[in-house]
Write a new protein. Structure first.
Length: 529
């Protein structure tokens, strides 16, 4: 068998037999660092068994035994993604420096061709000073550019928040409760997902690009239309109405807008949807709607029969002043500039802009929006808290502030439950994301659960909206939990005589000398701050 000696001295002989690297030791004493120096000078040697080599050195004389294999003169490595091909020259430095560039180019070209490397070849590095054992990039492919995911933007409902101003003798109480649109108005859009650009490997094979994931648009087809243009789908209103969301689906609900007054010209009104009255409601007439109601007349309401929103909120720009305790009732919030001799009942928060006189107000919480707001006479009853700057007047009219109290631990448990639900839904979103990533880019394909990517996006949108609703509930509970104790009444400026402050059925003792006073219910007792 032919053999070639790589190195030989009085301690060791290293040689090749065919493609095997053999070693035989003659005596002990060869320094370890010397053997590594020898091997570093011969990059063509690939050690496959360090243990065998160590044993030969420590038990000399010993061998011959196989310690490695001869590497290819030009070793090729193609990356797993097929985008790069690297070559390493396993030759002694002297040999590599003496070989002609032309011969080396021919030899390299044959290696590349024999291994199917046909694309992106660049051998300019051969003109540099080459170093044995160092990898050089001989070919580069073109990576695929994945498509972009669809991006959705939707109409955002304006936050219902009163704007209060007090400047000399001028004041106003402004807000927008109803989000009005007309036919053709923008309600949302989807920038469509793109297919991406395919790449090419160093072997000339096409590298497929992943298509961007699409997202469905959730909308009511009776009131919202789709307009498709290249690269974009736009949602627009089909009719005059008010924007609302239900179960994550955008829609345009019925909206009745009365330019003047409601009453003599319209009769009593009962409407399924939103109502805007740009004037007032005439005395003796009633208005009932399922959704939000806006009364935008600057003079407000007087001796009407009733004003009711069965599912929404009510905003009265000019306030209410009546003789016979007119009833204003809403399922959610009521916003009123002032309340004079009326009855207000709402399921959430009653916002009083400036004052309440001889009125009865019942809500989960009651807030006076003006820094000089005052309650004079009547009774304000709340479940959680009341916040008013001034209670009573110099005339010492009987005024009652009462908070019935709430179960704090029940709210804390609900908060913990909401947080768990949010976390679970976010985890489910993440699972859907992973399924979407792992599924075929073709929307006709299905994943392991039998859901197409489009159905996955539908489910993702539903989860997103559920999380949003839970977050809103969490924020509201967080506001309630800021209340001191199990119910709070805060008078931030002054309490006049003949005012009663009641918490949990217990009447608080009021310090007549004190200005601002805060009372709260704790362990069945009233505490003060």
């Amino acid at each position: 068998m032919d053999s070639t000696v790589i190195y030989s001295d009085e301690f060791i002989r290293i040689y090749t037999e065919s493609r095997n690297v053999m070693a035989q030791t003659f005596k002990k004493g060869l320094p370890t660092e010397r053997i590594w120096t020898i091997l570093s000078e011969h990059p063509e040697v690939g050690i496959t068994s360090l243990n065998t080599l160590r044993l030969l050195l420590t038990s000399a004389p010993a061998g011959p035994q196989k310690i490695g294999e001869v590497k290819d003169r030009i070793e090729l490595e193609v990356s797993s993604d097929g985008l790069t091909a690297k070559v390493t020259f396993n030759m002694a430095a002297q040999e590599l420096s003496l070989i002609s560039k032309d011969d080396l180019k021919k030899e390299l070209a044959k290696v590349l061709k024999d291994n199917g490397i046909v694309f992106g070849i660049d051998t300019e590095f051969l003109n540099e000073k080459l170093v044995p054992g160092r990898p050089y990039i001989a070919a580069r492919g073109i990576p695929a550019v994945d498509g972009t995911d669809a991006k959705v933007s939707m109409y955002e409902l304006a936050e219902a928040k009163p704007e209060v101003s007090e400047s000399g003798r001028v004041d106003f109480y402004e807000m927008s409760l109803i989000n009005r649109v007309k036919p053709g108005d923008w309600l949302g859009e989807r920038i469509e997902a793109t297919d991406g650009v395919p790449g090419r490997s160093v072997r000339g094979e096409e590298i497929k690009a992943a298509k961007g994931k699409t997202v469905s648009l959730s909308y009511d087809k009776n009131s919202v239309a789709e307009i498709k243009t290249p690269g974009k789908t736009t949602l627009v209103s089909k009719l005059n109405g008010a924007v609302s969301y239900s179960d994550g689906k955008i829609s345009v609900s019925n909206h009745l807008e009365i330019d003047g007054d409601a009453g003599v010209a319209t009769g009593n009104l009962k409407f399924d949807g939103y109502v805007t009255v740009n004037g007032t409601i005439n005395d003796g007439y009633s208005l009932e709607a399922t959704k939000d109601i806006e009364i935008n007349g600057p003079y407000g309401l007087s001796n009407i029969k009733s004003l009711i929103s069965t599912q929404g909120s009510i905003y009265i720009k000019g306030g209410v002043s009546s003789r016979d305790k007119v009833e204003i009732k809403a399922a959610k919030n009521i916003y009123v500039k002032f309340a004079d001799n009326c009855r207000i009942i709402c399921g959430e928060t009653a916002h009083i802009g400036y004052y309440s006189i001889n009125s009865d107000i019942a809500a989960k919480s009651v807030v006076f929006d003006s820094s000089n707001g005052k309650v004079i006479g009547g009774c304000i009853r709340s479940e959680i808290y009341i916040n008013v700057p001034i209670c009573g007047s110099d005339l010492e009219r009987k005024t009652v502030l009462e908070v019935t109290g709430f179960d704090r631990q029940s709210l804390v448990r609900r908060m913990e439950e909401i947080i768990r639900e949010i976390n679970n839904k976010k985890a489910e979103q993440q699972r859907l994301k992973m399924q979407g990533t792992g599924s075929s880019a073709n929307t006709a394909d299905t994943n392991t659960n039998g859901l197409s990517p489009l159905n996955l996006s539908d489910k993702f949108i539903i989860l997103k909206n559920e999380i949003k609703a839970l977050e809103e509930e969490r924020k509201q509970i967080a506001v309630y939990l800021k209340t001191k104790g199990d119910g709070e009444i805060s008078v931030t400026k002054r309490i006049y005589p003949n005012c009663s402050v009641i918490l949990g059925g217990i009447t608080a003792a009021i310090d007549p000398e004190a200005g601002a006073q805060t009372f709260y219910l704790k362990d069945g007792e009233i505490k003060t701050v």
